[in-house]
Design a protein around this ligand. Structure first.
Ligand code: FSX
Ligand code: SF4
Ligand code: SF4
Length: 318
């Protein structure tokens, strides 16, 4: 143990990162996740090395920015700790200071310098209709760039891609009925253009900050996490909501809630989609572990590929 602490002290000298703060960050991230393997002390140095060698570039297409807001809501570890000590986030349209041509030049410079190594985060769907013109993301070399151009270019150069949010993973809200933009998720987009880069889906509308941070940390330290048939990390999306719900015994006994304000009773008759939904919200909970959808409303299946059309209507009065 002493040796490891000395190594960490040495790292603090080199990086300016306080060992205590860093360990707190890592421990905090692991709390309740059940993936403590990812954050064991031996891997801390790998994580710090990844800070220098594996930048993360975050781009946004058709999104409400809710996924970024969810990440910014991360409390333990704090978003400051995440950005300074876990993820080397080199491009993010919402939070970076740079803008316009300078930001775009920097984006491509980093992608070139770390070709095959950086992780690309895509937030939001990619509109492929109308030659991609529904979403112009910037200018590079005096040429307008669409989200289609950007994901094609960076998607090929990236070592891995994280499709963050229901929209980036499966099309989500922009791909719902009535969509005229050709809103497409990353995996389908890659199939369309023959891009082979591995993709990890982190669905949710928005996804939990732990799912985002945990998946990036796993990628940086241990490589691709085990994925289910829908491309989601099993560590976060491996269990069924209904099977683990605190109301499942009431369901078995046929005790149903009649309104959303009923504290007791299963919410299936009110439209709950827990039986068709796989995520760990029942134990991780939201807002720093304070509550989750089934406490206040119903599960609307926001992590599932058909969301939102397949889970509409979300609420059905009993
Ligand atoms: Fe989609 Fe992200 Fe839903 Fe919004 O930005 S996953 S609409 S909550 O947040 O892309
Ligand atoms: Fe299943 Fe939803 Fe009822 Fe919980 S409230 S037992 S998830 S149907
Ligand atoms: Fe999404 Fe259901 Fe989890 Fe709520 S409980 S965040 S609707 S998967």
């Amino acid at each position: 143990m002493k040796d490891k602490l000395m190594v960490l002290d040495e790292q603090q000298k080199q990086t300016g990162v306080s060992r205590r703060a860093f360990l707190k960050t890592i421990t905090g991230t692991a709390a309740g996740i059940g993936i403590s393997q990812v954050f064991n002390p031996v891997l801390i140095s790998a994580m710090e090395k990844a800070l220098e060698t594996h930048p993360v570039l975050w781009i946004q297409g058709q999104s409400c920015t809710g996924c970024s807001v969810s990440l910014l809501n991360s409390v333990d570890p704090s978003i400051a700790d995440i950005l300074l000590k876990v993820i080397s986030l080199q491009f993010h349209p919402t939070i970076m200071a740079a803008e316009g041509g300078v930001a775009m030049e920097n984006l491509f410079k980093i992608a070139e310098a770390y070709n095959g190594k950086f992780s690309l985060v895509v937030e939001g769907a990619i509109p492929v209709a109308a030659d991609g013109k529904f979403c112009i993301v910037g200018e590079f070399n005096h040429q307008e760039m669409t989200m289609v151009d950007l994901v094609k270019d960076l998607g090929k150069k990236a070592g891995s891609v994280l499709a963050v949010g229901a929209c980036a993973a499966y099309g989500g809200i922009p791909a719902a009925e009535g969509n005229v933009t050709g809103a497409t998720g990353v995996m389908d987009f890659f199939k369309l253009y023959g891009i082979q880069t591995p993709v990890v889906n982190i669905p949710g509308c928005p996804p939990h900050p732990d799912w985002i941070v945990g998946s990036i940390a796993h990628l940086l330290t241990k490589g691709l996490p085990e994925l289910d048939d829908d491309g989601r990390p099993v560590i976060f999306y491996g269990n069924n909501i209904h099977d683990n719900c605190p109301h499942v015994e009431e369901y078995d006994a046929g005790e149903m809630a009649m309104t959303l304000s009923d504290a007791k009773g299963c919410r299936m008759d009110l439209g709950c989609k827990g039986p068709d939904t796989y995520a760990d919200c029942y134990k991780r909970k939201w807002n720093s572990g304070m509550n989750w959808c089934v406490d206040n409303a119903v599960c609307i299946g926001c992590v599932e590929p058909g969301f939102p059309d397949a889970s509409s209507p979300f609420y059905e009065p009993a």
